[in-house]
Design a protein around this ligand. Structure first.
Ligand code: SAH
Ligand code: SF4
Length: 376
């Protein structure tokens, strides 16, 4: 077993052709390999039936077929949503969520893969299971691409086709793993998935938002806002202390001006914390000034936290108060996207930051109980 084998998922078509030529094979084999590994859902080189058996062996010796192994799979919503637990070569685990949107009269069907970009996350948002883990390591570009390839394998047994959309809303802060994330987007493009169908979700790393805009990739950017005023956002998303809302808003506007693509806002609704009428009003103003759509996501419960979603009625009232720019995600598939980070957290209870998070959260909820005062 060699540790120096290159990863298939990290090779562009041109690079794969180079590997074949070096093996004394015709370059066109590269497209056949790609077709097996992408459209036909092959799970190993051995399953690439149209290749000569000697080549399949050569490929196995030369390349690693994939960088992640599936160690858990749960399916809900009659198979439309599948959650995968995936293990890297070092034993670290991440998750990916596969969401089939059947489409309808006005919308085409979509196969969306919600991918992870890191094992854990350093940002430590108060309501997020991944944040409780702290950062364990970055994923490689191959590990990101392979989440999408594995999704393709799972969908290949249906007649739904290959992955069509990728959202970086799994574990980790994608812009904290900038190089690998951008490389994975370029590789996915080479594998046949357009950057137009990629959403990068960020908690708000301002310099990296500018850097991403300069890449001139036509991706969409989602900003995880969760609060429209600095004191509250400082508590929910600690990164806000470094890049406060005014800076984040300017960076988002620069991103849309440079790329021509609109930015959307994510807002996890937490009972008694950011669901008050004044929060809705502040969000309405901020979203209008950014011309941004707002996705409201009722919070999914996480271990070691008392924070919960508001009742549905409160969520709906909040959405109405924010106005036509807002929509709530109640559907099961979309909830699964928002629930990224929880499968691993529940399977491997290693919440390094739990004490910290619990403290901050006690302060927050405590503060909330006394805040009928006009100071907020
Ligand atoms: N780190 C990036 C991307 C991963 S998190 C970011 O924060 O944007 C993807 C989305 O899931 C974010 O909008 C995040 O706020 C949301 N999320 C995290 N924990 C959640 C929870 N417990 N319930 C609902 N959404 C959650
Ligand atoms: Fe990290 Fe995103 Fe979770 Fe915040 S919400 S801790 S940035 S993964």
């Amino acid at each position: 077993m060699s540790t120096t084998r290159r990863e298939l998922g990290a090779l562009t078509l041109a690079q794969l052709q180079g590997v074949l030529v070096d093996l004394g094979q015709p370059a066109y084999r590269a497209s056949q390999i790609r077709e097996h590994a992408w459209q036909r859902g092959a799970r190993s080189f051995q399953q690439m039936g149209t290749l000569p058996s000697s080549l399949r062996h050569q490929l196995g010796a030369e390349l690693s077929f994939q960088s992640l192994e599936v160690t858990g799979e749960t399916s809900t919503d009659r198979g439309l949503t599948v959650k995968l637990l995936l293990r890297g070569a070092d034993g670290e685990e991440v998750e990916a969520v596969l969401i089939r949107h059947p489409g309808g009269a006005t919308a085409r069907p979509r196969n969306t893969v919600c991918v992870s970009s890191q094992v854990g996350c350093a940002i430590g948002c108060l309501f997020c299971a991944t944040g409780q883990l702290g950062l364990r390591r970055n994923l490689t570009a191959a590990e990101i691409v392979d989440q999408v390839r594995i999704a393709g394998q799972i969908w290949s047994v249906t007649d739904w086709g290959s992955p069509t959309n990728v959202v970086f809303m799994g574990m980790g802060e994608p812009l904290h793993n900038y190089e690998a994330v951008v490389e994975s987007i370029r590789l996915l493009q080479d594998w046949g998935l357009s950057p137009r169908h990629v959403v990068v979700s960020t908690s708000g790393l301002v310099p990296e938002i500018d850097r991403l805009a300069a890449e001139k990739l036509p991706i969409r950017l989602a900003i995880s806002l969760h609060a429209a005023d600095d004191p509250l956002r400082d508590q929910l998303v600690p990164l806000n202390r470094r890049y406060p809302l005014a800076q984040l808003k300017e960076a988002a506007l620069r991103f849309s001006a440079t790329t021509g693509r609109r930015v959307s806002l994510e807002y996890v609704l937490i009972a008694g914390v950011n669901d008050r009428p004044q929060d809705a009003l502040a969000l309405r103003r901020l979203a209008a000034s950014m011309r941004a759509h707002v996705n409201l996501i009722p919070m999914n419960p996480i271990p070691n936290s008392e924070l919960i979603a508001p009742p549905q009625r409160v969520c709906r009232e909040f959405a109405v108060a924010v106005g036509p720019r807002a929509s709530i995600r109640f559907s099961r598939g979309e909830r699964a996207t928002a629930a990224c980070g929880q499968l691993r957290a529940s399977m491997a209870a290693l919440p390094r930051r739990t004490a910290l998070a619990a403290d901050a959260h006690r302060q927050l909820v405590g503060a909330e109980l006394t805040t009928n005062s006009p100071t907020d």
